[in-house]
Design a protein around this ligand. Structure first.
Ligand code: NAD
Length: 270
C-alpha cells in the first residue's frame, strides 16, 4: 500500500515539531511537505533537523499552497486566522485536513464548515483518547445527575497558552450542556470576578489557571448537596495530541467530505 502523504503547517511550533517526529515514526505515513508563517527564521530549514531528527529532505516553505498541493492530508496546529486560510486551500487542492488549532470565534467556525462540504476534515479541540472518553463520560454523568448538581469546569495549562478557557474546557462544557438538554451559550458562566452575586441555578462555570509547563489538566466537578463528583484528566506529554492527529490523518484518507470529530476517528460511538 502506498504511504499517506502528510503535510504539516505551523511546522516550527511546539506541536508542529512533535508532528514531524510522529509522522516520521508512523508506518504508512510519509512527510510530504511542511510550512511556517512567512518571515519565520526556520524557513528553508530541513523539517527533520527542526524536529531533532536526521534530515528528511523536506525544506520548510513559507507558502502553505505548496503543502496542500503535495499532500493527501495536511495537519494544522497554528492560529485561527491561518487555519481559516488553510481550510480554503484544502478545499481548492482537494486535500483532507486535520485541525488541532483552538481559540476560534463562533463566526470563524462557519468557514471551516464550508470547506468541509468539499473535503473531509477532522476538527477536534483535543486529539487524545483519554480526553475524548472524558467528553463522553461528562455528557453521561450530567444527564444522570440532573440540574441539582452544579457543574464547574476547571482547566490548567502552561504559561504560553494564549486562549482561555481552553478549547477542551469549552468542549467539556458543550458535552455537559448536551447531557442536560440545554445550550451552553445560555448557561455558561465565564470569568467570574468581584461582586458576582450568587451562582445562577443551572449555570455551567469555567475557570482557567496558567503556569509553568503544565501540558493540560481538566476537571469536571459536579457539586451537589452533601457530595461532589469529579472527573479528571491530566496530560503529562503532548505526544497524546500528535499521536491522535496522525491517527486522524491516516483515518481521513478516502473519507467522504464532511466535518468529523475524534469520536469518529476512535470509533467511540460504535
Ligand atoms: P505554537 O505557538 O508553539 O505553534 C504555532 C505555530 O504556528 C508557530 O510556529 C507559528 O509560527 C505558526 N503559524 C502562525 N501563523 C502561521 C501561518 N500563517 N502559517 C503557518 N504557520 C503559522 O503553539 P502550539 O502549542 O503548537 O499550539 C498550536 C495550536 O494548537 C493552539 O491553538 C493550541 O491550543 C492547539 N493545540 C491543540 C491540541 C489538540 O489536541 N487539538 C493540542 C495542543 C495544542
Amino acid at each position: 500500500m502506498t504511504a499517506t502523504k502528510i503535510g504539516i503547517v505551523g511546522a516550527a511550533g511546539r506541536m508542529g515539531r512533535m508532528l514531524i517526529d510522529e509522522v516520521n515514526a508512523t508506518p504508512g505515513a510519509k512527510l510530504a511537505a511542511a510550512a511556517e508563517r512567512p518571515g519565520h527564521d526556520c524557513i528553508g530549514r530541513d523539517a527533520g533537523t527542526l524536529a531533532g531528527l536526521k534530515p528528511l529532505g523536506v525544506a520548510v516553505a513559507d507558502k502553505p499552497e505548496a503543502v496542500f498541493a503535495a499532500s493527501d492530508v495536511v495537519i494544522d496546529f497554528t492560529v485561527p486566522t491561518a487555519t481559516l486560510a488553510h481550510a480554503a486551500l484544502a478545499a481548492k487542492h482537494k486535500a483532507a485536513l486535520v485541525i488541532g488549532t483552538t481559540g476560534f470565534a463562533p463566526d470563524q467556525a462557519k468557514k471551516v464548515a464550508a470547506a468541509a462540504r468539499v473535503v473531509p476534515i477532522v476538527w477536534a479541540a483535543n486529539m487524545s483518547l483519554g480526553v475524548n472518553l472524558l467528553l463522553a463520560l461528562t455528557q453521561r454523568v450530567a444527564k444522570a445527575l440532573g440540574p441539582d448538581y452544579d457543574i464547574e469546569i476547571l482547566e490548567m495549562h502552561h504559561k504560553h497558552k494564549v486562549d482561555a478557557p481552553s478549547g477542551t474546557a469549552l468542549a467539556l462544557g458543550e458535552a455537559a450542556a448536551t447531557g442536560r438538554g440545554v445550550k451552553l451559550a445560555t448557561v455558561a458562566a465565564r470569568g467570574r470576578d468581584g461582586l458576582t452575586g450568587a451562582r445562577k441555578p443551572g449555570a455551567i462555570g469555567f475557570a482557567a489557571l496558567r503556569g509553568g509547563d503544565v501540558v493540560g489538566d481538566h476537571y469536571v466537578i459536579y457539586a451537589g448537596e452533601g457530595e461532589r463528583l469529579e472527573l479528571v484528566h491530566k496530560a503529562s506529554s503532548r505526544k497524546i495530541y500528535s499521536r491522535g492527529a496522525v491517527r486522524a490523518a491516516l483515518w481521513l484518507k478516502g473519507k467522504k467530505p464532511g466535518l468529523y470529530g475524534m469520536d469518529d476517528v476512535l470509533g467511540l460511538d460504535d
